[in-house]
Design a protein around this ligand. Structure first.
Ligand SMILES: Cc1ncc(COP(=O)(O)O)c(C=O)c1O
Length: 505
């Protein structure tokens, strides 16, 4: 008996029963031993992939007694960089590196270097940082409905550290507003199963109950089910434009109208699409309106560090009104450290990242974003046709540039195909519920030959797995287990072990 076979035998049980069983079984010595064995196996394979520099570079578990020569430090950093750049530079990575052009990166690095000491918390010392951030917000607001809401008000916002923080901030804002204005103490948010897990985090951090709505057959949210889920405690409805897993744009108009009718917030999560969809619309692509032109949209998250082509570490959260944004801010008036106020979660923040983001947006301009969008969407058409030419595979739903791919035939394990792609250097995202993997196309994939290489490698991988099914190596068994194991606490424990490995020297 192993975990896999236990899982198969118990997968029909209702969730509360498996949770109860899991609690009981966790302390049974035989089960404990079995879980430890699985963990040891995983740990060994993780250490191999997460710690490739062990033995190749000196490790520092403690501060060196004497400072090390700067040239040597930079040489080591350069060597590690050189080993890592190949995968993403040649376009083998899904998402991740959205621009990657050398001249663009050199330019961002210069803007960063000039501002490496800058901190927007000290706006008196670094007024340039406040200029950069105000203008980033204004430029992004300008993309989302000409900077004005449907009723002519000014769209406002803040720069955050990434999509997750933008989402956390927006959800905290709705929680605080609902508490203050409606006395809601048990807040709930309504969102699709496919909405980003940053909303899970917000739920966990801020005590907001999540009502997850199933996807329809087209992988967008079931709006009727969302409507039925609204109650007195609902503070916000969320729609994705598009979703991370399958690249599908939810019915933002219908959802935001629902929110408007019930006088609750509506958040468009356009972390992934905010810098593509507005430009796709201008290029004449048939894309839905997702922004403040819709009267029910009250906030949005738009990531500058994805298709905005900034360096990693910036995103924008936008609000329909300054009053709403006030619920996001934090102020302290009684602290001996003085009057304190900060707009986002962090205290001190890297002004250099805002400078680099501002520089990226100015240097690319509307014309550059239009060109980039056109190039990605044209590559996407080509890749879509390539995937559709493989009879054993299918794309989930009808996405624009993010393709989740699953197996059409029982005999082909999609995770084994993913492993084969990994063996050919591809770094794609394994997904589950349903079992599939995805590629988010970026400017890296628009380089000559990359799309063809992807399609050919995919064809070869499918052919290989058909001829050699049942590979027990690689990640396929892990994905298989994670997808079917009814004991989600055990899966969670495994993920925590992964993080423990990350932080071992
Ligand atoms: C739709 C969506 N929302 C939110 C996020 C979270 O963004 P980040 O990883 O920058 O925190 C992502 C990340 O891919 C995303 O795709």
């Amino acid at each position: 008996m192993n975990i896999e076979s236990i899982s198969k035998n118990l997968s029909w049980l209702p969730k509360p029963v498996t949770r109860f069983l899991e609690k009981r079984m966790k302390n049974v010595p035989a089960v404990k031993q079995m879980v430890e064995k699985e963990n040891d196996k995983l740990q060994a394979s993780l250490e191999h992939s997460l710690k490739p520099y062990r033995g190749k570079f000196e490790s520092f578990a403690a501060l060196p007694q004497m400072g090390i020569d700067r040239e040597k430090i930079l040489a080591d950093i350069q060597k590690m960089h050189d080993q890592e750049i190949g995968t993403w530079e040649k376009g083998y990575v899904s998402g991740g590196i959205y621009n990657g052009d050398k001249d663009h990166i050199d330019f961002l690095n210069k803007a960063y270097a000039l501002n490496s000491q800058s901190n927007p918390l000290h706006s008196d010392i670094f007024p340039s940082a406040t200029k950069f951030e105000a203008e980033i917000v204004s430029m992004v607001a300008g993309m989302m409905g000409q900077g004005k809401t449907s009723d002519g008000a000014q769209i406002v916002g803040c720069v955050s550290s990434g999509g997750t923080e933008s989402i956390l901030l927006a959800m905290k804002t709705y929680r605080d507003r609902a508490r203050e204005e409606k006395g809601i103490t048990a807040p709930e948010m309504i969102l699709c199963d496919s909405a980003h897990t940053a909303f899970d985090k917000a739920s966990h951090y801020f005590g907001i109950k999540q009502i997850r709505i199933p996807m329809k057959d087209d992988f967008s949210i079931d709006v009727e089910a969302a409507k039925r889920a609204i109650n007195r405690n609902t503070i916000v409805i969320v729609g994705s434009a598009p979703t991370f897993p399958h690249g599908i744009i939810d019915d933002i108009e219908a959802l935001s109208n629902l929110a408007l009718q019930h006088n609750i917030g509506f958040h468009t999560d356009s972390c992934l699409g905010g810098f593509l969809i507005p430009f796709a619309e201008k290029l004449g692509y048939k894309v839905p309106v997702i922004d403040f032109r819709l009267p029910g949209v009250t906030s949005m998250s738009v990531d500058t560090h994805k298709y905005g082509y900034a360096a990693k570490g910036t995103s924008v959260v936008l609000y329909r009104s300054a009053e709403l944004r006030h619920y996001q801010y934090y102020t302290t008036t009684e602290w001996p450290g003085g009057l304190y106020f900060s707009p986002t979660i962090a205290g001190s923040r890297p002004g250099a990242l805002s400078a680099a983001c501002w520089a990226a947006m100015l240097s690319i301009g509307e014309e550059g974003y239009l060109r980039a969008t056109k190039s990605i969407l044209e590559t996407a058409d080509y890749v879509r046709k390539g995937i559709q030419s493989i009879p054993e595979l299918e794309i989930l739903g009808n996405p624009l540039w993010i393709f989740a791919i699953r197996s059409k035939v029982d005999t082909l394990n999609i995770y084994e195909v993913l492993d084969q792609m990994a063996a050919k250097h591809w770094s794609l995202n394994g997904l589950h519920k349903p079992s599939c993997f995805h590629i988010a196309l970026t400017l890296r994939h628009t380089q000559p030959g990359v799309a063809d290489r992807f399609i050919n490698d995919l064809k070869e991988s499918v052919a290989y797995v058909k001829a050699n099914p049942g590979n027990k190596e690689g990640l396929a068994p892990v994905y298989g287990l994670a997808a079917t194991l009814p004991f989600r606490g055990m899966v969670s424990d495994i993920l925590k072990k992964y993080l423990d490995v990350v932080y071992t020297v």
